[in-house]
Design a protein around this ligand. Structure first.
Ligand code: PMP
Length: 329
């Protein structure tokens, strides 16, 4: 018999899938690391489990404890699965721009959800950073995860996602392209791949309204770069410790409109029903080609973080797209 002890045993070992139509004008092989095959439908199951296990190991998380996190949804799902199996309570603090589907899904797996306004500074008491911190101070036997600065986030990708990509490409990967939020995925995978072959290029996808690209290029934290944007899952108005800028070769920024259009194109032209950061990532990959020119010998791996079902009320909804003026098909 072949079975997992519980749902956590199905995390990782996700498939790699060749991209076809959307990259038909590119000379290189483009392979998608397809993270929706994780049980919570996103890459975040990997780091949710690792952050909890590391906190258990060093006593930050104790039996019967409450886990608190400010999360855009996917990390909440990853934490929720591990919390259920291991017997912890989970409180997720979300910003109000996150899709309703994400909030409903978190409630479905037993998390308590708090919603905070998006358009406030990170140090505002109403922000989801401040609210998460305050709850963790008020609630006894609680542990604030802080995926932005928690090293177990990056470590999960160093220990699983990176090695899987290396093995699935027989060590032939030349470029890795991925959206950046907390930075855990790009830094963990990037550090692992550069350790195997320092010539591998690591590219981050950023969004307009986020500080990463400018900071990477100039070392300046420019507040003028910060404004509200629609793209979900990537970009930040802070510099998380998990973004290891030294392993990143370059960033490209993708507009909200392009990210939305390419999210829909992935579904309709590749049969890849994915989240909004995947649309940003594949459009970003095409922009990187314009910038650096991939060659026929390149093996470019792109990572898709989460599933399209979480976005049916927004990017996949024609009325919503028309209201934004983005309905071009
Ligand atoms: N895409 C989605 C949908 C996400 O939820 C996240 C995490 N915020 C990312 C991309 C970025 O991944 P990371 O936090 O590892 O940089």
């Amino acid at each position: 018999m072949d079975y997992a002890e519980n749902i956590l045993g199905t995390i990782g070992n996700t498939p790699m899938v060749k991209m076809n139509k959307l990259v038909e004008d590119l000379p290189c092989l483009v392979l998608a690391k397809y993270e929706t095959f994780n049980p919570g439908n996103s890459v975040k199951d990997r780091m949710g489990l690792m952050m909890i296990e590391d906190a258990e190991a060093d006593g930050r998380l104790k039996p019967g404890g409450t886990i608190i996190e400010g999360t855009s949804g996917n990390t909440g799902m990853g934490l929720a699965l591990a919390a259920i199996i291991k017997g912890y309570k989970l409180i997720c603090v979300l910003s109000d721009k996150q899709s309703k589907e994400k909030m409903d899904i978190l409630r479905a797996v037993g998390a308590e959800v708090h919603v905070c306004p998006t358009d406030v500074a990170p140090d505002d008491p109403q922000s989801y950073y401040s609210t998460s911190k305050r709850l963790s101070e008020e609630i006894p036997n609680s542990w604030y995860v802080n995926q932005y600065d928690n090293p177990s986030n990056c470590k999960a990708h160093y220990m699983s996602t990176g090695p899987e990509i290396w093995e699935q490409t027989d060590g032939k990967v030349t470029h890795f392209v991925v959206g950046v939020g907390t930075g855990g995925t790009i830094s963990g995978v990037g550090t692992y791949l550069k350790g195997k072959n320092p010539n591998i290029k690591i590219w981050g996808i950023d969004t307009y309204g986020s500080v990463f690209k400018k900071y990477h290029e100039t070392g300046e934290f420019d507040e003028k770069e910060i404004y509200a944007y629609v793209t979900e899952g990537i970009g930040e108005d802070i510099l998380p410790l998990n973004v290891r800028f030294e392993v990143i070769d370059g960033f490209t920024k993708v507009t909200d409109k392009d990210a939305a259009i390419y999210t829909r194109r992935l579904a309709k032209e590749e049969g890849m029903f994915l989240g909004n950061s995947a649309g940003a990532a594949i459009k970003g990959l095409l922009q990187i080609h314009e910038e650096v020119g991939f060659t026929k010998d390149d093996v470019v791996v792109i990572l898709y973080h989460d599933h399209g079902s979480r976005y049916v009320g927004k990017f996949f909804n024609d009325e919503w797209m028309a209201q934004k003026g983005w309905l071009e098909e």
